[in-house]
Design a protein around this ligand. Sequence first.
Ligand SMILES: Nc1ncnc2c1ncn2[C@@H]1O[C@H](COP(=O)(O)OP(=O)(O)OP(=O)(O)O)[C@@H](O)[C@H]1O
Length: 237
Amino acid sequence: MSTPPALHAIDVSIIYGQGDTAVRALDTVNLQIGAGEIVAMMGPSGSGKTTLLMVLGGLLQPTLGEVQIRGQSLTGLSETQRARLRLTLMGFIFQSYNLFPALTALENVQLALELKRRPSREAAPLLEQVGLGHRRHSYPAKLSGGEKQRVAIARALAGDPGILLADEPTAALDTKHGMAVVELLRTIAHEQGRAIVMVTHDPRVGPMSDRLVTIADGKLVAAPVQYGLKSDAREHA
Ligand SMILES: Nc1ncnc2c1ncn2[C@@H]1O[C@H](COP(=O)(O)OP(=O)(O)OP(=O)(O)O)[C@@H](O)[C@H]1O
C-alpha cells in the first residue's frame, strides 16, 4: 500500500456567510503535498490563500469536501481532536513572528517545547539548527527580522511536526534575509522529510520551491510557469 500524502485536500470548498452575502472563498480545491516537499502558494489578494492554509491546518472546517492528514480525515473530529492533531503533527509560522518579547530566543523555544509536552527535546539544538545558537540569550527586540523568523521556525519545529504551514514568512524581510529563510525551510523539508506549505506574494519564492500552486478566485489554476520537481496542474488535472 502506498504512503498517503502528508496533506490532502479533496474537493474542498469554503463558503463564508450565507444568502446574499455568502463568499465562496475556496471552490473545489484538490491538492496533495508529500513528505519532504516544499510548496509555494501564490495568488492575488483575496484569492483564498490564507483560507486554504487554515483549512489544511484544521483551523477551519470545509463547507464541502474534506482534508486528510497522513490519510486521516479531519471530518467528524471534535475541536479537541483537531487541536491535538495540530499540536502533534503541525507547526505554524507567521509573517509577524509572534514571539514573546519578554522571553529570550531560547526561552521562546523552551516554552513551545513545554506546550508541546516534549521534555526530551532541547531548545538549544533547535536554535543551532536554524543558525542561531549564538543568539540564544537575546531578546526578540535585539534580533533582526530574519533572526526573529529563524527563532519562530525553531519554535515551530519544537513538536517535531511532519507538516509546517507558513503564512507569508518572508513578507516582513528584505530580499537577502527573506531568501535565506526560504532556503532554510527548503533544507528542513528536504533533509528532514517535512511537508511545507508557504503562502507568499514574492515571485522569487516559487523557483526555490519544489512546486508552485497558484490560486485565483478560490480555485487552483495552472501556473504560467511550472517550477521545480512537480507540476500541480499535471497532478490535479
Ligand atoms: N472570516 C471571513 N468572513 C467572510 N469572508 C471572508 C473571511 N475570511 C476571508 N474572507 C473572504 O474570503 C476570500 C479569501 O480570503 P483570504 O484571506 O483567504 O485571501 P488571501 O488570498 O489570503 O488574501 P491576502 O493575500 O490579502 O491575505 C476574500 O474574498 C475574503 O474577503
